[in-house]
Design a protein around this ligand. Structure first.
Ligand code: HPA
Length: 270
């Protein structure tokens, strides 16, 4: 596994002069931020050696190197989900490559179902912590030399970046909520009983991504920050039928606000 990671990193390093230290993963319907990136180089996933091959039509994805608010970033336009059939090693392969490329910060975004009774559709939730409910652990198997066999997870989401994001939201007058993201395999949305269970377990929002990526990034010493867009509610009495289209629509509406926070955070960090 190490050889393909290094090969992919070398392939990219030979094809772009850009050397960002921050990477952004753009989730479901969250591609708008990519439009704000002044592209230096972009590589379709299908052209990058060893990158997972997309299983979904029209879901190709690109790795972008460019400038966001003047600062260099690398962005994944589209991610690999476990429910698509990728192995955990494939889902988190880009994070391994990021480490080789010298990435120090990872910003993740996603859409999720809110379970906290305080949440509303369209809320931006700063992810303070997560619960790993995936059936397979991304670090299962021979340990990678980037981190210890039994990695600490006491601060999976960087507290300093969280504080900065709170400050930015306040300055810009953007309503943000905070909470624990429960990551589950999907692809079904939850039954009312499952939302209730995940709530009892300690989740404020539930979604189908992010957790494996953040675990592997932490194992690589990469500082993580995440925003989840609450696109529907898994709160007793407020549960209605959900569809992917509605999730995208709700995410779409507040994307610009999320982009504002990411842009300003990149600006303050880089
Ligand atoms: N559950 C799981 N994943 C999701 C949801 C949800 O309610 N909304 C958006 N992604």
């Amino acid at each position: 596994m190490l050889a393909p990671i290094k090969e992919t990193a070398e392939w990219l390093l030979a094809r772009t002069a850009s050397r960002p230290t921050t990477a952004v993963v753009l989730g479901t319907g969250l591609g708008r931020l990519a439009e704000e990136i002044e592209v230096i180089d972009a590589f379709p996933y299908s052209e990058i050696p060893n990158f997972p091959v997309s299983t979904v039509e029209g879901h190709s994805g690109r790795l972008i190197f460019g400038r966001l608010g003047g600062k260099e970033v690398m962005a994944m336009e589209g991610r690999f989900h476990y429910y698509e059939g990728y192995t955990m090693k494939e889902v988190t392969f880009p994070m391994r490559v990021m480490y080789e490329l010298g990435i120090k910060n990872l910003f993740v975004s996603n859409a999720s179902g809110g379970m906290s009774p305080d949440f509303e559709i369209g809320d931006l939730m700063l992810i303070t912590d997560h619960i790993n409910l995936f059936p397979e652990h991304p670090l299962r198997g021979k340990n990678f030399p980037t981190g210890p066999r039994f990695p600490d997870m006491s601060e999976a989401y960087d507290r300093e970046y969280l504080a900065m994001a709170r400050e930015i939201a306040k300055e810009k007058g953007i309503r943000v909520v905070e909470g624990v993201y429960a990551g589950t395999q999907g692809p079904t949305f939850e039954t009312p009983a499952e939302y209730k269970m995940f709530r009892i377990l300690g989740g404020d929002a539930v979604g189908m991504s992010t957790v494996p990526e953040v675990i592997v990034a932490n194992h690589c010493g990469i500082r993580c920050f995440g925003i989840s867009i609450i696109t529907d509610l898994g709160v007793e009495g407020k549960i209605v039928e959900v569809s992917h289209e509605e999730v995208q629509k709700a995410a779409n509406a507040v994307q610009p606000l999320m982009a504002d926070i990411f842009r300003e955070l990149v600006n303050r960090i880089a």
